[in-house]
Design a protein around this ligand. Structure first.
Ligand code: ADP
Length: 757
């Protein structure tokens, strides 16, 4: 680059010197060469701009390029009309008149060109061409034909006042051009801008030089022409060189500017999105913390023996509502994570049939409550153990089946899982409960045309419910969209399907739906679930409800959390079981208490004042007397995955908040190698060995009558009387009472019908 510049200079010096020597030898030749140079440049500017006018978005440049063609025309005539050329025999000084005409045209063109920036108007090249043809013709006619153009030079006297004043006016116009150029500086590429400024300065100097000469062949005329060369050279550099050598600078300058603006807008949007995600993460942390107290205590209280029925129901309601709220928070978080592209899958090995049966059980209970049927058809050849994100798959299936139950009032729900082949999307007109089908009957489906892949598994949920209108089928996948008439009466956020679709896509599949209003719906998707080589350890569910303590030595536990309500949940859970529990309010106190108390295990919160859980855990790991202590991080944080938390802090395990008692017990057992002590089964409530004694047919018929008319109060009174008459009826009464509490009249009738057989 630098060499290039020097080279230009080196070429320039002999050229200018040669030109000077020419002027000494023959001034007319010098003049002609100098003018030809500017004429060639002007024509070049025109050609470049005209041929690339489609791409040049800078209206200023197109406009002046066209004008320069006509300026070049005047300059040709000026060269030809110069004194001594003897082409126009009638008058010696046409040259001076044409010079002034050309310079007026040049300076005013530069001025007018700015109006395209100011008004934002588009240049219409043909119109500009026409306009300049007219102006050019007027100048030429007024000089050569009408001879009304003022005289500029008088032999023996030199320049006329018109010529001198005109040069000054032209200088003023050029100065205004310069001022405007600075004003619209951002429209030009930096280099082009600098060269245009240089060109203007050189033109002004050249004009000033032309106010002095007395002879057309004098020194001042020479200087003027040199500066004209410099001025056109600068324009040449600005437009021709940039147009040919670095065309993108001119042609795509607008594009670059747009890109810069877009980038700025994108940065702003990203910053806003980050702020939103952060806000949501913080918010969810804040919301989960009080929920920790609510849910934790509901679970602790439920563990207490001899609770009355109404207390139990109350605690159930608290727990259910709490879980519902937690679910909502999680859904909002999930969708924001997905949108911020932060959602990741965490695959592991799991047992597929067990996993599906467990989900089926949950849905079966819901369906039973609603009085609709539920059927799970699991193909016998499903792989036993597979690799996938169990939690997310569970989430998707629960959402689909939960919806199916929610939107079905007659008939039922069919859940089918099979290897990719053989299971089909619903064929036209084959509704889950097509026309003419019996209530509760769920149709079989046509095989799918989708190609079979070895480890691909199809999950399909079909219902005979209210269905979805065809034109709303896409809407249901949009966040917060609920369709149909039920929207206000049925609870839900409208986020479930939006999340499910994105999760299925993350798993490499696509969530499909077929439905019609009143015809039921089918949702299905195929995903790859590679078979795992090893069978994962089967998780046995423990009867946590009946744990009352630990066998052997009582472990020592330290709970580190800045929130009292969080600490107390753990203290109240563990102390009655004989654990020795100590509390600390932040990381530093945690370390101090750990040294003196020497606990077996620490429950560590993450976000705390003074010293957070990450730092405290790291320090514990680096202290020889403490590093044998198990550290379990408890956190409501949603921005890090469990694995990230474990790696980052060096803890032994992670439990998400709000805490769930079974998880606490599982973690304690796993890390402290405990053996639980269970409560002895006592009284008729404890279940296992209870014998169901069925009351007399008379009693059952009376209950059935009340059930038929929906008299729940009557049923409950009769059950009270039955229990009072004989303790052995307790299990039977309990079963019916549960249904009565949930107003499940149909189920009560069904159950009683069975006993009447
Ligand atoms: P939510 O169930 O929380 O309202 P979803 O995103 O899970 O949100 O569902 C969005 C909407 O799609 C529902 O409100 C309902 O209008 C419709 N929908 C979903 N599943 C079914 C179904 N099985 N039958 C009829 N309508 C459904």
């Amino acid at each position: 680059m630098i060499w290039g510049k020097y080279l230009n200079g080196l070429v320039g010096i002999p050229f200018l010197t040669g030109l000077y020597l020419t002027s000494l030898y023959n001034y007319l030749l010098f003049h002609s060469l100098a003018e030809i140079f500017s004429i060639v440049v002007a024509c070049g500017i025109f050609m470049i701009a005209w041929n690339s006018r489609k791409y040049i978005k800078n209206e200023y440049l197109i406009f002046i390029a066209i004008a320069y063609l006509f300026i070049a025309g005047l300059d040709i005539l000026h060269t030809l009309g110069y004194k001594g050329m003897q082409i126009f025999a009638d008058y010696d000084y046409y040259g001076n008149q044409l010079w002034i005409a050309a310079r007026y045209l040049e300076s005013i063109t530069l001025l007018a060109a700015f109006s395209f920036f100011h008004t934002g108007r588009k240049v219409k090249p043909r119109q500009v061409f026409l306009l300049y043809t007219v102006i050019f013709s007027l100048f030429v006619a007024s000089i050569f034909y009408w001879k009304v153009f003022p005289i500029c030079f008088i032999e023996g006297k030199g320049l006329t006042p018109f010529k001198k004043i005109s040069e000054y006016i032209i200088c003023l116009i050029l100065l205004t051009d310069m001022w405007l150029l600075f004003r619209y500086r951002e429209k030009f590429e930096e280099n082009v801008f600098r060269l245009l400024v240089c060109s203007l300065i050189f033109t002004i100097i050249s004009e000033l030089a032309f106010t002095f000469y007395i002879s057309n062949y004098g020194f001042s005329n020479l200087v003027g022409h040199y500066f004209k060369i410099f001025s056109f050279y600068s324009i040449y550099k600005a437009i021709i060189e940039t147009g040919i050598v670095k065309p993108y600078d001119i042609i795509f300058r607008e594009l670059l500017m747009k890109e810069t603006h877009l980038k700025e807008a994108k940065d702003a949007a990203e910053a806003a999105n980050r702020a939103k995600s952060e806000f949501l993460a913080n918010m969810s942390h804040e919301l989960r913390t009080p929920l920790n107290g609510v849910l934790g205590y509901a679970q602790i209280l439920k563990r207490e023996g001899n609770l009355t029925e109404s207390r139990k129901t109350g605690l159930d309601v608290i727990e259910r509502s709490g879980r519902h709220l937690l679910n909502l928070i999680n859904e909002v978080l999930d969708i924001s994570k997905i949108e911020a592209k932060k959602m990741e899958l965490h695959p592991s090995d799991f047992l597929l049939p067990e996993f599906l049966t467990a989900i089926g059980k949950v849905i079966e209970i819901q369906a039973q409550h609603k009085g609709i049927s539920f059927q799970a058809e699991l193909a016998p050849d499903l792989p036993r153990a597979v690799q996938g994100d169990e939690k997310r798959l569970n989430q998707v299936l629960l959402n689909l089946m939960g919806n199916a139950v929610k939107f079905t009032h007659r008939g039922g729900v069919l859940f089918r899982v099979a290897r990719g082949e053989g299971q089909g999307a619903r064929g036209e007109g084959q509704g889950a409960r097509g026309q003419g089908q019996e209530e509760g009957e769920v149709s079989a489906h046509r095989p799918s045309p989708i190609a079979h892949r070895p480890s691909s598994i199809r999950f399909q949920v079909e219902d005979s419910g209210v269905g979805i209108a065809k034109d709303q089928l896409e809407d249901i996948f949009s966040p917060f969209k609920q369709v149909g008439e039920h929207t206000r009466t049925i609870e839900g956020t409208g986020l479930g399907l939006a999340i499910s679709r994105r999760l299925v896509r993350l798993m490499g599949g696509e969530l499909h739906v077929e439905s019609a209003s009143g015809q039921g719906s089918v949702f299905w998707f195929d995903i790859e679930l590679p078979e795992s080589a090893e069978l994962p350890e089967i998780r046995k569910s423990e009867d946590y409800q009946h744990i009352i303590g630990v066998k052997g030595k009582q472990p020592k536990i330290l709970v580190v959390d800045d929130r009292g309500e969080n600490r107390i949940v753990l203290v109240d859970l563990l102390s009655p079981m004989g654990f020795e529990v100590m509390e600390a309010v932040h990381g530093r106190e945690g370390i101090e208490k750990a040294s003196e108390f020497q606990p077996d295990l620490i429950f560590m919160d993450l976000v705390m004042p003074v010293m957070d859980g990450f730092e405290a855990t790291r320090r514990i790991r680096n202290t020889p007397e403490l590093n044998h202590i198990k550290v379990i991080v408890l956190s409501a944080s949603s921005s890090l995955s469990p694995r990230e938390i474990i790696v980052k802090s060096g803890c032994d395990d992670f439990i998400p908040k709000p805490v769930q008692v079974p998880i606490i017990f599982r973690v304690l057992k796993a890390h402290l190698k405990l053996e639980w002590e269970y409560r002895e089964p006592e009284g008729p409530e404890s279940g296992a060995e209870q014998v169901l004694v069925i009351p007399s047919r008379e009693v059952i018929e009376r209950l059935y009558k009340s059930a038929r008319v929906g008299d729940i109060m009557g049923i409950r009174k009769q059950l009270d009387a039955l229990e009072g008459s004989d303790q052995r009826y307790f299990p039977f009464a309990q079963e019916i009472r549960k249904l009565a509490m949930a107003f499940q009249v149909k189920q009560i009738r069904d159950a009683l019908e069975e006993y009447m057989l």
